[in-house]
Design a protein around this ligand. Sequence first.
Ligand SMILES: Cc1cc2nc3c(=O)[nH]c(=O)nc-3n(C[C@H](O)[C@H](O)[C@H](O)COP(=O)(O)OP(=O)(O)OC[C@H]3O[C@@H](n4cnc5c(N)ncnc54)[C@H](O)[C@@H]3O)c2cc1C
Length: 434
Amino acid sequence: MVTYGFDGTATLYSEPGCVVLPKTTAEVRQVAEYAAEYKIPIVTRGSGTGLSGGSVPIPGCIVLCLAQMDQVLELDPKNLTIHVESGVITQKVAELADAAGLLYPPDPGSMRISTIGGNVAENSGGLRGLKYGVTRDYVMGLEVVLANGQAICLGNKCVKDVAGYSMKDVFIGSEGTLGIITRVLLQLVPKPRAKKTLLASFSQMDAAAETVSAIIAAKIIPCTLEFLDRITIKCVEEYAHLGLPLDAEAILLMETDGYPVVVEEEAQQMAEIARNHGAMAVQLAQSAEEAVQLTTARRAAFSALARVSPTTILEDATVPRSELANMIRFIQQTAAKYDVTVGTFGHMGDGNLHPTFLTNEKNAAEMARVEKAMEEIFDQAVSLGGTITGEHGVGLAKKAYLPKAIGDASLGLMRQLKRTLDPDNILNPGKIFD
Ligand SMILES: Cc1cc2nc3c(=O)[nH]c(=O)nc-3n(C[C@H](O)[C@H](O)[C@H](O)COP(=O)(O)OP(=O)(O)OC[C@H]3O[C@@H](n4cnc5c(N)ncnc54)[C@H](O)[C@@H]3O)c2cc1C
């Protein structure tokens, strides 16, 4: 019971009333019918890797963990689809697609442990978001159990379908508050034939941000365009010993994929653009092993930061690409103002930043300063035309900031939708909004 009291979010814990691990949709329906009859809250859970407290229990609730609904139902190469139960691990979908010469593009950093159901419920993104989009872009159909226990199927294998409202989209990103997703039909794409990986280091963050803008302006859409700031570079180097330049203010990881000739040309162009914008060094991987080594710098960022202090709070403030340098500077100034340590890394290509607070939840004074710094960072993201979360969702962690981010009218519409689909407030009550 204790282990189901947490997700991946720091400082949040609450013990459930019980944990149920169904194996079939029929069993999920039975639990929902029982909960509806006795008015017991249900908190649906995948692997519990969420970073906004979405699967942290409501005291006394039923935790409905779908991890054992892990059957792959069909891989259909003619229609380029894969149909899976919600508890299937994301990495498994990626591996099955790869074995069939296909690609499942969404690649959240947690893909080795997160479930597809959790990815859909959070509309998760990943390193390939800039070129390939996020989970929503690959969901063709869903089976959902509603709060009253009814199971419905939404969507199908058709590329085009405009028969009525796109109801499946209502459930994508709904964080377990509108329905229990039991099956997911996903779209796959042909696997790119080639990929090139580059790493560039910069003595100034602005130069890295300008490099990103120049690459896009040159009509190159890399599949990966990630960055690490100075604190993150230091932590990764101490953790993984990759030979990263400790005097760099920023590192950019760039990857391009597609046809071999195009990929080769784009890689050379990106290296040149980085040099023209003052890169201290540019490394172009010459083999698959070298590419893995370069990407390790980014993939290790969270683990490297997490070992520095007892409490790691990973945020995902997001701004339009043009405001990246401004936002990163603001994060650094705010960290200094409140005397807190913040390492920032993230998806520079799509403006999705991960300011990561390295703190100690037992130090009340420091936690109060962290709260203030976080609030100012979210306010700034919104005032720059951005948002409080680009991929981790609202859950419990960000619901206080939501009204300011989206306004009363949007919030009112969301409440109306919630009341229509879940009139007794059974499904994940108190998440996203009260
Ligand atoms: C190290 C690390 C790296 C991460 N990297 C990324 C990243 O790159 N991109 C990203 O977007 N996120 C990332 N995350 C966050 C997290 O992994 C994602 O949100 C993921 O999609 C959650 O999946 P899960 O199975 O763990 O869901 P859980 O954490 O169990 O649940 C998440 C939310 O979804 C709801 N839910 C879960 N399953 C269902 C279902 N079947 N039906 C209805 N609701 C459901 C829950 O109620 C909860 O609100 C990362 C997390 C960690 C710890």
